[in-house]
Write a protein that binds this ligand. Structure first.
Ligand SMILES: NC(=O)c1ccc[n+]([C@@H]2O[C@H](COP(=O)([O-])OP(=O)(O)OC[C@H]3O[C@@H](n4cnc5c(N)ncnc54)[C@H](OP(=O)(O)O)[C@@H]3O)[C@@H](O)[C@H]2O)c1
Length: 329
């Protein structure tokens, strides 16, 4: 398998086509990932430039990532290439009344240095405010062309449909955690997207690097995002041995890496795209190449079955380990 070719695109009618593998940019300028200054200033620019060269169109950010830094860094990196990009950002729906929504979209577009946001997503459902309120702000933004499509994130199927009723037109996508260790969307969101021409955007498709095969109980990532994640506790890295084994076996059959195989598993449906983050250009290249891998039905099922057997310690069972990890013991 080549390292770079083979970008594939969704068959959904959007102004700019959407690549099956996009780029997530929470990492850009975010202290919690801990990638530092030269990553924020240089590596991020190289990652986006290489992604553009390879035909990646989908770039995902949010106003909250690095408190606006991610949008600024991404905006700088795509400048001069606007027509090649399907640009997605998100609003955190705190007080999501129309004037606030409108002002926040303008502020995001400003940080991104663009006139149009291709996909404006509600970052998470507001537990007390109905979507009819936020959609009152989205409609005029769409009418004047400041935003192209409306999307949601972290929505249940029922709430996604309710959001669409509230908007009165399609809510193109639902961005949700979806990977071999978070398979839930396979049961409801993905079939819905397939039936109705909608899109599931898989975030954390590598489970924040857990599925990369790089980490085990003796080699754990140190940054804040993962130090606070129960998934990366030694006990869970040990419990995942069976899943990691099957991942490696399938990867070998395709001359691929575990990370590429985990991505191929997620994007197998024609209605799913994935937005892995990348800490280097090499990771980006490897992730883009994952779109070339065609898993067989048996391989897909073997991975799903191995994933179903993985029972991580979570909640109260994980708490002592997380406290020990926080104290560095
Ligand atoms: N809507 C939401 O609520 C929400 C929530 C979370 C994320 N997101 C979006 O989804 C994007 C992706 O999710 P994520 O960043 O949480 O997790 P992810 O994409 O599953 O993991 C990204 C991390 O995995 C490692 N990695 C990436 N490619 C690799 C490769 N080829 N080989 C080995 N390791 C590799 C890198 O970390 P190391 O190299 O440091 O190991 C990288 O920072 C974010 O950037 C953001 O845009 C959205």
């Amino acid at each position: 398998m080549s390292d770079t070719g083979g970008v594939r695109y969704l068959k959904v009618d959007t102004a700019t086509r959407i690549s099956k593998i996009g780029l997530g940019t929470w990492q850009f300028g975010s202290g919690e990932w801990g990638y530092g200054k030269s990553y924020a200033e240089q590596e991020s620019q190289s990652i986006v430039r290489r992604a553009l060269e390879l035909g990646v169109t989908l770039f995902d950010t949010a106003e909250i990532y690095g408190l606006g830094r991610s949008e600024r860094i991404l905006g700088r990196a795509i400048s001069g290439h606007r027509d090649q990009v399907f640009l997605a950002t998100k609003i955190l729906p705190i007080l999501p009344v129309a004037p606030v929504v409108e002002q926040r979209a303008v502020a995001s577009a400003d940080r991104l240095g663009v006139r149009t946001i291709d996909l404006y997503q509600v970052h998470q459902p507001n537990p007390v405010v109905k979507d009819s309120v936020i959609m009152r702000g989205m409609r005029p933004l769409q009418r004047i062309g400041l935003i192209g499509e409306v999307g949601v994130s972290n929505y249940s199927l029922n709430r996604w449909r309710a959001a669409e009723d509230a908007l009165g037109s399609r809510v193109l996508s639902n961005q949700v955690r979806y990977s071999l260790v978070a398979c839930g969307p396979t049961d409801d969101l993905v079939p819905y997207a397939e039936r109705s021409g909608r899109v599931v955007i898989a975030y954390s498709p590598l489970a924040q690097g857990f599925l990369s095969g790089r980490y085990d109980a003796s080699r754990r990532p140190a940054n804040r995002v993962r130090a606070n994640s129960a998934l990366f506790l030694p006990v869970n890295l040990e419990r995942a041995a069976g899943l990691f084994r099957v991942l490696r076996e399938v990867a070998e059959a395709h001359d691929a890496t575990p990370a590429q195989t985990a991505l191929a598993w997620v994007i197998r449906s024609p209605s799913v795209v994935a937005i892995p983050g990348a800490s280097s250009v090499a990771q980006l290249e490897s992730n883009v190449a994952a779109a070339e891998i065609d898993l067989t039905d048996d391989e897909w099922r073997a991975l799903r079955d191995a994933a179903a057997k993985f029972a991580p310690a979570t909640g109260p069972a994980a708490l002592p380990g997380l406290v020990r990890a926080r104290l560095g013991r």
